[in-house]
Ligand binder design. Sequence first.
Ligand code: C5P
Length: 218
Amino acid sequence: FGPKLLQGMSLLLTAGPTREAIDPVRYISNHSSGKMGFALAKAAAEMGAEVTLVAGPVNLATPNGVTRINVESAQEMLDAVMPQVEKHQIFIGCAAVADYRIADVAESKIKKSAEQMQLALVRNPDILASVASHANRPFTVGFAAETNDVEQYARGKLTRKKLDMIAANDVSNSAIGFNSDSNALSVFWSDGSTDLPAVNKDTLAKQLLTLIANKIKN
Ligand code: C5P
Protein backbone atom coordinates (compact mmCIF):
# COMPACT_ATOMS: atom_id res chain seq x y z
CA PHE A 1 0.00 0.00 0.00
CA GLY A 2 1.05 3.57 -0.59
CA PRO A 3 1.27 4.55 3.07
CA LYS A 4 0.15 8.15 2.52
CA LEU A 5 -2.40 7.54 -0.23
CA LEU A 6 -4.96 9.73 1.56
CA GLN A 7 -2.63 12.64 2.39
CA GLY A 8 -4.48 15.96 2.13
CA MET A 9 -7.91 14.31 2.07
CA SER A 10 -10.54 14.32 4.78
CA LEU A 11 -12.89 11.48 5.57
CA LEU A 12 -16.17 11.45 7.48
CA LEU A 13 -17.63 8.16 8.59
CA THR A 14 -20.35 6.65 10.72
CA ALA A 15 -19.87 3.50 12.78
CA GLY A 16 -21.59 1.29 15.30
CA PRO A 17 -25.27 0.79 16.06
CA THR A 18 -27.81 3.45 16.93
CA ARG A 19 -29.93 3.29 20.07
CA GLU A 20 -33.57 4.29 19.89
CA ALA A 21 -35.17 5.15 23.23
CA ILE A 22 -38.45 3.51 24.30
CA ASP A 23 -38.58 5.28 27.67
CA PRO A 24 -35.87 6.73 30.00
CA VAL A 25 -34.48 3.26 30.80
CA ARG A 26 -35.09 1.14 27.66
CA TYR A 27 -34.10 1.15 24.00
CA ILE A 28 -34.11 -0.73 20.69
CA SER A 29 -30.73 -1.42 19.09
CA ASN A 30 -28.74 -4.06 17.17
CA HIS A 31 -25.57 -6.16 17.45
CA SER A 32 -23.21 -3.94 15.45
CA SER A 33 -19.82 -3.86 17.21
CA GLY A 34 -18.47 -0.84 15.31
CA LYS A 35 -15.25 -2.77 14.56
CA MET A 36 -15.31 -2.29 10.77
CA GLY A 37 -15.96 1.46 11.02
CA PHE A 38 -13.27 1.94 13.66
CA ALA A 39 -10.82 -0.10 11.55
CA LEU A 40 -11.58 2.20 8.59
CA ALA A 41 -11.06 5.31 10.75
CA LYS A 42 -7.72 3.97 12.04
CA ALA A 43 -6.50 2.94 8.59
CA ALA A 44 -7.54 6.24 7.00
CA ALA A 45 -5.65 8.23 9.66
CA GLU A 46 -2.57 6.03 9.08
CA MET A 47 -2.92 6.66 5.34
CA GLY A 48 -2.72 10.40 5.96
CA ALA A 49 -6.37 11.47 5.98
CA GLU A 50 -7.99 13.84 8.43
CA VAL A 51 -10.71 11.67 9.97
CA THR A 52 -14.01 12.50 11.70
CA LEU A 53 -15.77 9.48 13.16
CA VAL A 54 -19.43 9.77 14.18
CA ALA A 55 -19.94 6.79 16.47
CA GLY A 56 -22.97 5.18 18.02
CA PRO A 57 -22.64 3.53 21.44
CA VAL A 58 -19.72 1.05 21.19
CA ASN A 59 -16.96 -0.22 23.49
CA LEU A 60 -13.98 0.77 21.35
CA ALA A 61 -11.08 3.15 21.87
CA THR A 62 -10.77 6.15 19.55
CA PRO A 63 -7.95 5.47 17.04
CA ASN A 64 -4.95 7.83 17.19
CA GLY A 65 -5.44 11.14 15.43
CA VAL A 66 -9.18 10.60 14.83
CA THR A 67 -11.81 13.20 15.84
CA ARG A 68 -14.73 11.34 17.41
CA ILE A 69 -18.31 12.56 17.86
CA ASN A 70 -20.46 10.28 20.04
CA VAL A 71 -24.18 9.94 19.30
CA GLU A 72 -26.98 7.61 20.33
CA SER A 73 -29.99 7.78 18.01
CA ALA A 74 -30.24 7.88 14.21
CA GLN A 75 -31.58 11.45 14.40
CA GLU A 76 -28.55 12.49 16.49
CA MET A 77 -26.26 10.76 13.99
CA LEU A 78 -27.89 12.66 11.10
CA ASP A 79 -27.60 15.95 13.03
CA ALA A 80 -23.89 15.30 13.68
CA VAL A 81 -23.15 14.26 10.07
CA MET A 82 -24.94 16.87 7.94
CA PRO A 83 -23.05 20.01 9.06
CA GLN A 84 -19.77 18.15 8.33
CA VAL A 85 -20.58 16.93 4.82
CA GLU A 86 -19.14 19.86 2.86
CA LYS A 87 -15.86 19.76 4.78
CA HIS A 88 -15.02 16.23 3.66
CA GLN A 89 -14.02 14.63 0.34
CA ILE A 90 -15.05 11.13 1.36
CA PHE A 91 -18.04 9.81 3.33
CA ILE A 92 -18.37 6.17 4.40
CA GLY A 93 -21.63 5.05 6.02
CA CYS A 94 -20.58 2.10 8.11
CA ALA A 95 -23.10 2.45 10.93
CA ALA A 96 -25.91 -0.05 11.44
CA VAL A 97 -28.55 2.64 11.71
CA ALA A 98 -31.87 1.50 13.20
CA ASP A 99 -34.48 1.59 10.43
CA TYR A 100 -37.24 2.59 12.85
CA ARG A 101 -37.58 4.57 16.07
CA ILE A 102 -40.35 4.69 18.68
CA ALA A 103 -43.15 7.03 17.53
CA ASP A 104 -43.75 8.49 21.01
CA VAL A 105 -40.94 8.06 23.51
CA ALA A 106 -42.46 7.75 27.02
CA GLU A 107 -41.29 10.46 29.42
CA SER A 108 -41.34 8.12 32.40
CA LYS A 109 -40.68 4.39 32.77
CA ILE A 110 -43.43 2.29 31.19
CA LYS A 111 -45.10 0.06 33.81
CA LYS A 112 -46.07 -3.52 33.06
CA SER A 113 -49.79 -4.21 33.02
CA ALA A 114 -51.52 -6.06 30.16
CA GLU A 115 -50.19 -9.41 28.82
CA GLN A 116 -49.54 -7.83 25.45
CA MET A 117 -48.50 -4.39 24.36
CA GLN A 118 -47.71 -2.69 21.06
CA LEU A 119 -45.04 -0.17 20.30
CA ALA A 120 -45.65 2.10 17.30
CA LEU A 121 -42.52 2.66 15.20
CA VAL A 122 -41.75 5.27 12.55
CA ARG A 123 -39.05 5.23 9.84
CA ASN A 124 -35.73 6.85 10.63
CA PRO A 125 -34.05 9.20 8.16
CA ASP A 126 -31.54 7.52 5.83
CA ILE A 127 -28.23 9.21 6.70
CA LEU A 128 -26.29 7.75 3.78
CA ALA A 129 -28.94 8.76 1.21
CA SER A 130 -29.11 12.25 2.75
CA VAL A 131 -25.35 12.68 2.32
CA ALA A 132 -25.46 11.32 -1.23
CA SER A 133 -28.20 13.77 -2.28
CA HIS A 134 -26.33 16.78 -0.88
CA ALA A 135 -25.49 19.34 -3.59
CA ASN A 136 -21.81 19.44 -2.62
CA ARG A 137 -21.47 15.76 -1.89
CA PRO A 138 -18.32 13.87 -0.99
CA PHE A 139 -17.34 10.58 -2.68
CA THR A 140 -20.03 8.51 -0.94
CA VAL A 141 -19.62 4.88 0.06
CA GLY A 142 -22.23 2.65 1.67
CA PHE A 143 -22.24 -0.76 3.29
CA ALA A 144 -24.80 -3.47 2.72
CA ALA A 145 -25.26 -6.44 5.02
CA GLU A 146 -27.05 -9.14 3.03
CA THR A 147 -27.94 -12.78 3.59
CA ASN A 148 -28.77 -13.67 -0.05
CA ASP A 149 -28.65 -12.28 -3.60
CA VAL A 150 -25.79 -10.03 -2.43
CA GLU A 151 -24.96 -8.40 -5.79
CA GLN A 152 -28.59 -7.71 -6.72
CA TYR A 153 -29.42 -6.03 -3.39
CA ALA A 154 -26.10 -4.16 -3.19
CA ARG A 155 -26.48 -2.77 -6.73
CA GLY A 156 -30.07 -1.79 -5.90
CA LYS A 157 -28.82 0.28 -2.96
CA LEU A 158 -25.99 1.78 -5.04
CA THR A 159 -28.54 3.13 -7.54
CA ARG A 160 -31.41 3.99 -5.18
CA LYS A 161 -29.24 5.85 -2.67
CA LYS A 162 -27.13 7.45 -5.47
CA LEU A 163 -23.82 6.15 -4.09
CA ASP A 164 -20.38 6.10 -5.71
CA MET A 165 -19.53 2.71 -4.22
CA ILE A 166 -21.05 0.02 -2.03
CA ALA A 167 -19.28 -2.64 0.05
CA ALA A 168 -21.44 -5.69 0.66
CA ASN A 169 -20.91 -8.42 3.17
CA ASP A 170 -22.66 -11.74 3.41
CA VAL A 171 -23.94 -11.83 7.00
CA SER A 172 -25.27 -15.38 6.59
CA ASN A 173 -21.62 -16.47 7.11
CA SER A 174 -21.09 -16.13 10.89
CA ALA A 175 -17.27 -16.43 10.57
CA ILE A 176 -17.16 -12.92 9.13
CA GLY A 177 -18.90 -9.61 9.72
CA PHE A 178 -20.67 -8.20 12.79
CA ASN A 179 -18.79 -9.02 15.99
CA SER A 180 -16.01 -10.89 14.20
CA ASP A 181 -12.45 -9.58 13.80
CA SER A 182 -12.37 -10.54 10.14
CA ASN A 183 -14.60 -9.78 7.20
CA ALA A 184 -14.87 -10.20 3.43
CA LEU A 185 -16.43 -7.66 1.07
CA SER A 186 -17.80 -7.55 -2.45
CA VAL A 187 -17.41 -4.00 -3.67
CA PHE A 188 -19.57 -2.56 -6.48
CA TRP A 189 -19.55 0.74 -8.37
CA SER A 190 -21.45 1.86 -11.46
CA ASP A 191 -19.25 0.09 -14.02
CA GLY A 192 -17.24 -2.41 -12.03
CA SER A 193 -16.80 -4.62 -8.99
CA THR A 194 -14.15 -6.49 -7.03
CA ASP A 195 -14.02 -9.09 -4.29
CA LEU A 196 -11.93 -8.52 -1.17
CA PRO A 197 -11.58 -12.01 0.39
CA ALA A 198 -11.71 -12.65 4.16
CA VAL A 199 -8.89 -11.04 6.16
CA ASN A 200 -8.71 -9.15 9.45
CA LYS A 201 -10.69 -5.90 9.49
CA ASP A 202 -7.54 -3.70 9.70
CA THR A 203 -6.16 -5.13 6.44
CA LEU A 204 -9.57 -5.07 4.79
CA ALA A 205 -9.99 -1.41 5.78
CA LYS A 206 -6.69 -0.53 4.04
CA GLN A 207 -7.74 -2.45 0.92
CA LEU A 208 -11.13 -0.70 0.72
CA LEU A 209 -9.57 2.75 1.31
CA THR A 210 -6.96 2.06 -1.39
CA LEU A 211 -9.77 1.22 -3.80
CA ILE A 212 -11.60 4.43 -2.86
CA ALA A 213 -8.44 6.57 -3.19
CA ASN A 214 -7.71 5.12 -6.64
CA LYS A 215 -11.31 5.71 -7.79
CA ILE A 216 -11.17 9.34 -6.66
CA LYS A 217 -7.83 9.96 -8.34
CA ASN A 218 -8.81 8.38 -11.67
O1 C5P B 1 -30.72 0.09 3.25
P1 C5P B 1 -29.69 -0.44 4.19
O2 C5P B 1 -29.97 -0.14 5.64
O3 C5P B 1 -29.32 -1.88 3.99
O4 C5P B 1 -28.37 0.36 3.78
C1 C5P B 1 -27.19 0.19 4.48
C2 C5P B 1 -26.32 1.40 4.30
O5 C5P B 1 -27.07 2.59 4.52
C3 C5P B 1 -25.18 1.45 5.30
O6 C5P B 1 -24.11 2.13 4.67
C4 C5P B 1 -25.77 2.29 6.43
O7 C5P B 1 -24.76 2.93 7.18
C5 C5P B 1 -26.64 3.27 5.69
N1 C5P B 1 -27.86 3.72 6.39
C6 C5P B 1 -27.94 5.03 6.87
N2 C5P B 1 -29.09 5.46 7.49
C7 C5P B 1 -30.14 4.62 7.63
C8 C5P B 1 -30.07 3.30 7.15
C9 C5P B 1 -28.91 2.88 6.54
O8 C5P B 1 -26.98 5.78 6.75
N3 C5P B 1 -31.24 5.06 8.24
